[in-house]
Design a protein around this ligand. Structure first.
Ligand code: SF4
Length: 514
């Protein structure tokens, strides 16, 4: 740090001028605080002396007058317990719920204070003591008078605080007991041996009482600890739940899973990377190798469809093919009639798209087509997407929907030909009203594992091509290349796999389509 610099409380650097201003301000604050404390202290003291002290003395004098007929000697004997009327007064006070009368201890102290005020009126040191000191001196127990007077003089001379005076009273009381025993410290046998039967019995009772109190407290604390532990566990769970940011990936980026509708099991396109297929095989919903045999689920075609909250993805785990298109349209019309907005994702078959466009022409605003076109190269498309339509048919479908006034978008996920992605996007973008999405091929490892098990060299080779086309460097290069064509760049959206590499914030919730 430079010589003319210093840091403030937050650790930020301040130059010399700023430091001076800060220090001046602190000094001003301290002075202001001192003055405030002093003023409040003096004010409270005067209120206390004016009201509290004279009230206590007046109450004590009144009680002696009323209940001891003004006989201070009788009152000095402290036969409170034998004074029936005084006991009744205390009982009444205890039962009072107005909160406007003093407590029993305060009244005892007031009587004792009145006695002391009269008794020590000739001891000049007593007059120098404060009210609280005097109240402390009313509780000196069996201390001899000369000891109490000595304490009064000592306190006045040495200007004891109230707590110091209390300490001195305790010390004198202990001297009177003959031995100092602290129950909160280990009692040494040699000390205990010096105590008589009565003293030992007393400290045994006191110790038992402390032990009982400690046991009750221990049980309370143990119970509380258990309860705190339980509360901590649920607070932790709640906290985790609140802080958990749902990972939005795959189709969820476009629509919420609960809004997905499908009417078919299996898909004749039989793409090699198909995630729906791998899941269906894993959970034995479809026999291995049978994915291409589509089965229309009539109950899903025939059922009633409600209005969903948010855009509906239909289909999401199969495609629209000549085999199922009529069934698809039946369900689609019901969804549209119910007021839903539909995202139609497909590797489009031109005839199917024409049919859909023709029957839904009244719902153009409620439909967004998203055609999957991972490459403009037919060889690549045929390899990966097996039986799906080739490039020109997909492009024609896009053009048809666009020309007929539908909302259109393209998905280049998985990106199958990263080397030519800009060319393909440039070719397609004139027919896109919405966006072109670009994303990696996901779930490559299970695909690779299977290819190795089957000694499927062509698949392994193509997986290599895909992997080398979606490294971080390649993704950044693709992004940079698109940036150099601003009009095209504006029409792009990036799937989660690209966002991660590009440092783009993921969507906070599913279905945001951003
Ligand atoms: S079109 Fe979609 S659902 Fe059909 S096989 Fe290909 S990836 Fe799977």
């Amino acid at each position: 740090m430079e010589k003319n610099e210093t840091t403030n409380k937050s650790g930020y650097l301040l130059d010399t001028a700023e430091t001076k201003i800060a220090l001046d301000k602190i000094a001003t604050d301290v002075t202001a605080t001192d003055a405030l404390v002093e003023e409040a202290f003096e004010h409270l003291k005067s209120v206390f002396v004016r009201h509290f002290r004279s009230a206590m003395l007046e109450a004590g004098q009144y009680l002696i007058e009323k209940f001891y007929n003004g006989d201070y000697n009788l009152a000095t004997e402290k036969k409170f317990n034998k004074n029936e009327s005084l006991l009744q007064l205390f009982k009444k006070i205890q039962g009072d719920n107005t909160g406007n009368v003093p407590g029993k201890t305060w009244l005892y102290d007031s009587i004792n204070l009145a006695i002391d005020e009269r008794k020590y009126c000739k001891v000049s040191a007593y007059g120098k003591l404060g009210h609280s000191h005097k109240v402390k001196l009313t509780n000196t127990g069996n201390l001899p008078e000369d000891t109490k007077v000595s304490l009064i003089e000592e306190a006045a001379e040495k200007e004891y605080s109230v707590s110091t005076l209390q300490e001195r009273i305790s010390q004198e009381k202990q001297k009177l007991d003959g031995i100092t025993v602290s129950l909160t410290e280990e009692l040494k046998p040699e000390i205990l041996k010096t105590l008589d039967f009565e003293k030992l019995t007393t400290i045994r009772i006191q110790t038992q009482a402390r032990l009982l109190k400690a046991a009750i407290e221990k049980a309370l604390y143990e119970g509380n600890l258990k309860r705190i532990h339980q509360a901590l566990k649920s607070a932790e769970k709640k906290d985790k739940k609140q802080n958990k940011v749902a990972k939005v990936v795959g189709f969820q980026e476009w629509t919420e899973s609960k809004n997905n509708v499908n009417i078919c099991t299996g898909c004749s396109n039989d793409c090699k990377y198909c995630y729906a297929k791998s899941m269906a095989y894993k959970f034995k919903q479809v026999q291995e190798g049978q994915w291409a045999n589509e089965t229309i689920r009539e109950k899903d075609v025939d059922k009633k469809y409600k209005l969903y909250a948010g855009r509906v993805g239909f289909p999401t785990s199969h495609d629209i093919t000549p085999t199922n298109v009529d069934a698809y349209i039946q369900a689609l019309e019901k969804l549209l009639d119910a007021g839903n907005e539909i995202l139609i994702v497909s590797k489009p078959n031109l005839e199917c798209i024409k049919k859909i466009c023709d029957v839904t022409s009244d719902y153009k605003d409620d439909i967004l087509f998203r055609f999957s076109i991972g490459s403009s190269n037919d060889g690549i498309l045929h390899f990966w997407d097996t039986n799906a339509p080739l490039y020109e048919e997909r492009k024609e479908s896009l053009k048809y929907a666009f020309d007929n006034g539908f909302q259109t978008s393209v998905s280049m996920e998985p990106l199958l030909d990263s080397a030519n992605v800009v060319t393909a996007a440039t070719d397609l973008v004139p027919y896109v009203t919405d966006f072109i999405w670009i994303g990696k091929m996901n779930h490559i490892n299970p695909l690779k594992k299977k290819a190795k098990e089957n000694n499927d060299s062509p698949l392994l080779e193509q997986i290599d091509v895909i992997e080398s086309g979606q490294t971080d460097e390649k993704i950044k290069a693709i992004y940079a290349e698109f940036q150099s064509s601003p009009d095209l760049f504006k029409k792009l959206k990036w799937k989660d796999s690209f966002k991660k590499v590009l440092g783009i914030e993921p969507p906070k919730e599913p279905g945001m389509d951003i």
